[in-house]
Design a protein around this ligand. Sequence first.
Ligand SMILES: Nc1ncnc2c1ncn2[C@@H]1O[C@H](COP(=O)(O)OP(=O)(O)O)[C@@H](O)[C@H]1O
Ligand SMILES: [Mg+2]
Length: 429
Amino acid sequence: MELALTEGSVIELDASQKRYCNLISYLPIPVWQIDARPAERIFDRLKASSIGDLGTYLDEHPELVDLASEVLRVFAVNDEAIQLFGGKHCSEFLGPVRYLFAGTPGSARRVMQAHASGARNHVEELEVKTFDGRLIDVLLLMTFPVPGERLDTTILMMIDNTARLEAEAKLRSVEADFSHAARLSTLGEMTTSIAHEIKQPLSAILMNAQTSLRYLRKAEPNLEKAEQLTSRIVECAQRASDIIGRIQDMAGKRAPTNTLLDFNDVVEQCLVFLRHESEEKDVVIKARLQPNLPLISGDRIQLQQVIVNLIVNSIQAMKAAPQTRREIHVETSLGETGQVAFSIRDTGTGIPIDHLAHIFDGFFTTKEGGLGIGLAICQSIAKAHGGTVTAANHPEGGALFRFSIPTESTARVNNSAFAKYPTPEILPN
Ligand SMILES: Nc1ncnc2c1ncn2[C@@H]1O[C@H](COP(=O)(O)OP(=O)(O)O)[C@@H](O)[C@H]1O
Ligand SMILES: [Mg+2]
């Protein structure tokens, strides 16, 4: 219903708007006020042309977004906004809104789409270009008037995200350093295994080469034999090179990359890696891998780091056990909630009850020369993959660890729900 405004009520409204403007100037975050009236004219035009999907239409008609960026004008800003953009005077900020989206042009289109679809607000993270030429990360928050409200102002706020993003990046880098340190320490614990793995193909190369030379030096060289032996040399050299490659992967510092993986494959590679380590310590590893597990999405090296850490811990926990009772049972399985799990049970010391709450803490160790970061890293890697690592004692003795992560399809469903605001991964303390 249209209400005629009396002279008195117009004056009252005007005064109320002034008070409102004043109020915004005291807000402790950067605020822009935009005259929203021209937007209605543009939206009327859009409605009249009865377009289908507005997003597609705006993609095909960028000139409309351009037009909106020109005709929608800022009419007031507060000091915080001037400061954020490194401006000198409020007059630099009044006029077309275009400059607000210069750092992330795509966001003007998204804002327009939100407004046109009748949304009450729009929030997104974007980069803005300041007047002194910097690009800064901000959280943009806008609230739109909706038709019939007789409001003609769009309020736009920005929160400087630089410090938060810097802190997150620092956290990620510290976490990567820790993870790298843990991998190096695991490699350090596996030197016997590594030396053996490399020595084996090298001795085979030596032996085959010597035999091959003997065949070649005969009065009538046996080329067929020499060829066979040379092929074997190539195979062995390839094996040695693969092993070194695997060690370099573990020892190197690199950004994690997610790929689609067969979980059993990841586990099997770890078992090969640790074969000699366990043999040397008289530990028998029995594996039962459930076939045909669904694929998972993850970083191969990080997942191997978790599994290798858990196995090495189990091997170490059995130092005191009698040689005939040093067994590790590993298992992969598919859980009911769409998770794949790696379980490991050993016949070692088990975990004292009062330690159970602390073993995942950084720097908690009961070993002489232990670093105490292995399990903390395992947990952090599991979390980053949307999974968990849990510890318990087996009723018949020994420790029982379970590492589970979502399968690729479950991960996809969950990620899409949270994709908008990812939580930063935090290293357990
Ligand atoms: N399989 C296990 N059996 C018994 N205790 C374990 C086992 N795995 C881990 N722990 C306990 O958890 C602690 C922390 O392990 P971890 O974070 O890998 O660090 P570290 O191996 O350097 O001590 C160990 O020192 C040990 O007390
Ligand atoms: Mg450890």
